[in-house]
Design a protein around this ligand. Structure first.
Ligand SMILES: [Mg+2]
Length: 332
């Protein structure tokens, strides 16, 4: 069976839905839907975590796996600049789960939701003859001016990320290899992702930030998505992609180039922004003062939407291949 093309399917769904969406609402194609409410937005998104596709049961305790599903879903609120209101979780659970597994899974869901300021508001449970499926719906809100879509970028904008990339992919690699000490930063980054809610809010409040999304599938996949939504092309400066020494070690052990490993790594849930070029330096300075971490420039948006380029040490190189996408990725 040929692999499903997630982007093509989502585009088709968006076309089918387009006619039904009221003017002034934001429907499919962004990290979350936006529904106008009073002076602001109701922000809604949904995210599936499927056993065998996004996680394996043996990778972590049910508490950690439940928490991960919620954290990943809430990242889409961060991607818009929204404040969380709550989550709803529907779970399909196999009948053969070990004693206490379901209770621990739900406890992990509740714990992560509470930690991130998004109380568990409801959900549904069903049995299944297949693996565990967790469908997490997140609700958030934002003032009218303080959201950022993927589509606001312009030619020449600086693309920048809120943290190092590749560490979650390193964690996934260790988990898949069955040698993943729970205390390893890489494993933690994969199993307990940190939605960048404060950073998202802060960035969405700056007029020089024109577009934003979260990095779920890796810079090599997500940067072209933001560029396409903005009607632009993209050039990535691969040697500027911020990396983590632990991820570099795992990449080398896996026989991969650490730079490409980071650029293609998924599941980091850092934010990617497009910033007005003349304002980038001041913004990056304010960001590091606010968060104690750099806002790292990794490329630019280009005028020609057909251009998808990469540069390394000033020399044009092939655009990095995706390292992880759901349906066909190494997550399997
Ligand atoms: Mg997203």
């Amino acid at each position: 069976m040929p692999p499903l093309d997630e982007d093509a399917l989502l585009r088709r769904a968006a076309r089918l839905a387009a006619g039904d969406i009221p003017a002034g609402w934001v429907g499919p194609g962004d990290d979350a839907a936006l529904v106008p409410r009073g002076d602001g937005w109701l922000v809604v998104s949904t995210d599936l975590s499927v056993e065998g596709t996004h996680f394996r049961r043996e990778w972590a305790s049910p508490r950690v796996l439940g928490g991960r599903a919620v954290r990943v879903a809430i990242s889409d609120l961060a991607a818009m600049g929204a404040d969380p209101l709550g989550v709803l979780v529907s779970a399909a659970l196999p009948a053969d789960l070990p004693e206490g597994f379901a209770e621990e899974l739900i406890a992990g869901i509740e714990e992560a939701a509470g930690t991130l300021g998004a109380p568990l508001l409801g959900g549904d449970l069903a049995g299944t003859a297949m693996g565990i499926v967790l469908d997490v719906t997140v609700l958030g809100e934002a003032p009218r001016e303080r959201v950022r879509l993927r589509s606001g970028g312009r030619s020449g904008d600086v693309l920048a990320v809120t943290g190092s990339l590749g560490l979650a992919r390193a964690g996934l690699h260790l988990l898949e290899a069955g040698r993943a000490p729970a205390e390893a930063a890489a494993v933690r980054r994969f199993l307990v992702p940190e939605p960048r809610l404060a950073e998202g809010r802060w960035l969405a409040g700056r007029p020089e930030v024109r577009a934003m999304m979260d990095l779920s599938d890796g810079l090599a996949v997500d940067a072209p998505r933001l560029a396409a939504a903005s009607g632009c092309g993209v050039v990535l400066e691969l040697d500027h992609v911020p990396r983590n020494p632990e991820a570099d070690i795992v990449a080398r052990e896996a026989g991969e180039d650490p730079v490409l490993f980071a650029a293609a790594g998924g599941e980091d849930y850092e934010l990617l922004v497009a910033v007005e070029p003349g304002a980038f330096e001041a913004l990056a300075g304010a960001f590091v003062r606010e968060f104690g971490r750099p806002l790292s420039p990794v490329g630019r948006l280009l005028e020609d939407p057909a251009r998808r380029e990469a540069v390394r040490n000033g020399v044009p190189v092939a655009f990095p291949a995706p390292g992880f996408t759901h349906f066909r990725g190494e997550g399997g």
